[in-house]
Design a protein around this ligand. Structure first.
Ligand SMILES: *[C@@H]1O[C@H](CO)[C@@H](O)[C@H](O)[C@H]1NC(C)=O
Length: 271
């Protein structure tokens, strides 16, 4: 089994476990109004909601006569107070609606039938995160993938050749965040300086490096998108062409990759 397959299986198990955990530990289905269902009610269901703690992941079931009513979700308490259904967030009208509570905060429901709403067919619930469940970290916009390793100059390594040797070498390639550069060289003759600016690069100015490497086998991770500059600080080498400019782009991740990486973060976060 390849490593990718193993990782993928592991992630599938994680996703399943996560889903099962969520559904067993926390999700509760509440039938609004219990046996009365969703109808005009004195006190606007305040009594019904009292003492209940609604969690993200729970659901509300609305059962009602669809000839007279519906479930109109509105965005605020004011709409609820004035039975204003003119700007609904969502409308349900099957007569037996399951509404998942996906977000924390206040959720407002009413019947768009004005007279029904005025008579008390309106509900406000406060939804919170289940304190017994860890809150997952926010879905990151970009997480470093495992990238490729490029040996700078390939078999020729990091050394003085023609003045545009490294230019040509990097032009043919597409570097992504997460890739690495391997600099192979004789560390008695050379080194690798990462510098920050285009002007310094053009002038071969080694006086304000971002990082200095000198082992002779330096693996440098390209963690940030943008342009990265590398030169040798040895006299005359950079001027002779021992300089490398690479453009790092952000890789495009598929949604499933993003999910898998997010789940991985989740796991690391809690152990
Ligand atoms: C609103 O509800 C009342 C019952 O309270 C019903 O008589 C009326 O037909 C309903 N209106 C609509 C538009 O469904």
């Amino acid at each position: 089994m390849s490593t990718t397959t193993k990782i993928f299986r592991f992630m599938l198990v994680m996703i399943t476990t996560f889903t099962v955990l969520l559904s067993f530990c926390s999700a509760t289905v509440y039938k609004v109004g219990d046996s009365d269902g969703w109808t005009a009610k004195d006190g606007m269901y305040r009594h019904w909601a009292e003492g209940k703690e609604f969690h993200v992941g729970d659901s509300l079931v609305f059962e009602y006569d669809r000839n007279f009513n519906d479930v109109t979700q509105v965005s605020g308490a004011l709409e609820l107070e004035y039975c204003d259904s003119s700007t609904p967030k969502a409308v349900y009208n099957t007569g037996n609606d399951v509404v998942a509570l996906k977000e924390p905060g206040y959720h407002h429901f009413m019947s768009s039938n004005q007279s029904q709403c005025v008579s008390g067919q309106r509900l406000e619930v406060l939804v919170v995160h289940d304190p017994s469940l860890p809150t997952p970290p926010p879905l990151p916009r970009m997480i470093l993938p495992l990238g490729k390793i490029y040996t700078v100059g390939d078999s020729k390594g990091w050394n003085v050749y023609e003045s545009d040797f490294y230019n040509k070498w990097s032009e043919e390639k597409e570097f992504h965040v997460g890739d690495s550069l391997l600099f192979n060289y004789d560390n008695e003759v050379n080194d690798v300086l990462e510098i920050s600016g285009d002007l310094e690069f053009k002038a071969c100015d080694p006086t304000s490096p971002v990082a200095v490497h000198k082992t002779g086998h330096d693996l440098i991770r390209l963690a940030e998108p943008g342009i990265h500059y590398f030169i040798s600080s040895k006299t005359g080498h950079c001027e002779a062409g021992l300089k490398l400019r690479v453009v790092i782009s952000v890789p495009k991740l598929s949604p499933i990759d993003r999910l898998i990486r997010w789940l991985r973060t989740f796991r690391v976060h809690h152990h």
